[in-house]
Design a protein around this ligand. Structure first.
Ligand code: FES
Length: 133
């Protein structure tokens, strides 16, 4: 094989490799998109002072001595919910679904209760909430 032929084949292979990467990119990005990821949110004791606390997509609520965490995603189409401390209800700004403070569905197009998010309490008082994205 002559030098010119060798270089020509090498350049062709480089272009084939670049083409294969460009064609495969959408498939790999879709697979990455489908992979579920978990996110940990830590509520330190000074962030647990009120009955309803909010951080990064999670409401941490206190009822008596018990804590529980609710996702801020509406179960209809996933809009972020607002909490009204006067009525003690969650309301969705998109289509008007309403949930009580325990996450129970009260009215509107969302027919499911809010999702309870798993949480653990550490010895130092930190509450760790794990949400799946
Ligand atoms: S997204 Fe909340 S009611 Fe539709």
């Amino acid at each position: 094989m002559e030098r010119r032929e060798f270089i020509g084949k090498g350049i062709k292979r480089i272009f084939y490799a670049i083409g294969a990467i460009i064609l495969a990119y959408p498939a790999f990005s879709f697979m990455k998109f489908r992979k579920s990821r978990k996110k940990r949110i830590i509520f330190h004791p000074d962030e647990q002072t009120s009955i309803v606390n909010f951080k990064k997509g999670v409401f941490l609520l206190r009822q008596g001595s018990e804590n529980y965490a609710l996702s801020d995603r509406c179960t209809h189409l996933g809009c972020s919910l607002n909490y009204d401390p006067v009525s003690q209800r969650f309301s969705c700004p998109c289509h008007g679904s309403v949930f009580d403070v325990t996450g129970k569905w009260l009215s509107g197009p969302a027919k499911k209760d809010l999702y309870r998010v798993p949480m653990t309490k550490k010895a130092n008082g930190d509450i760790i909430v794990t949400i799946t994205l």
